[in-house]
Design a protein around this ligand. Sequence first.
Ligand code: RIB
Length: 291
Amino acid sequence: MYDILVIGSINADLVFHTDKRPEVGETVLGNSFITVPGGKGANQAVAAARLGAKVGFIGCVGDDANGRVMLENLQGQGVDLQGISILRGMSTGVAGIVLSGGENSIIVIPGANHLVSKAIIDEHIEMISSSRMVVLQLEIPIETVEYVLDLCSKKNVPVILNPAPAADMEADSILKATYITPNETEVIHLFGNRKVEDILKEYPNKLILTQGKKGASFHDGDKLIHVEGHPVKTVDTTGAGDTFNGALAVAFAEGKDIIKAVEFANKAAAISVTKLGAQGGMPRREDLNNS
Ligand code: RIB
């Protein structure tokens, strides 16, 4: 049914742009404020849809104004909404983002995202088993993520697990994912404070480390492979990791091998940081071909 099914969060991002990030106890005057669509799940879905994939989504919003705007946005970007529940009396997830010098600090209030339950997953089993690839992050309850990983491994549906934001998970559950895409903080959180190269070597062609503008690395069973990032003028890094994951899913669903898939994802992520907002700079297929 779908090339890619994202199961995850939907947030309204409240972005405060400031030259100076406030210290503890400090008040600063910022430059501008904007509300834009976000949430790691929604961002990854939009990244994949912009690149031409048929994308479905399982998640929850509240019955509030933010929820309505976020759903309109997803629909406008071509993401199918039939797996999204609108929960009465709940608030849609929000993220407060301080953006300074192109880099962000984020606080997420999950709201309806925390009600993406196993029962909701059970209502959409057919959607999951008929998708070519499932993509997960950790902004919905971890027990739901673990449930989906188990389900997908039983049904042989490949999964990308983007373990962000860092959270504790059962070790055997993590490994049910086909691909795991932590950043440098998350890999240590999940696999312990060891040399990252040794961790990558233990999970060849499965564990893909994202390294921001430096690119990404994985072990191919024989050697460590590093795929270089692309130098660009950075406006906002918010959503770069999500663009990487959405694009990676598209590349795998199209049958690209892991090196080609990571190159494709790196390129998409680099373009994404050149505009404001998590989804603002996400490229379309033609942008990638022309870059
Ligand atoms: O990865 C970026 C996203 O993290 C933002 O859009 C924000 O909503 C938080 O979920």
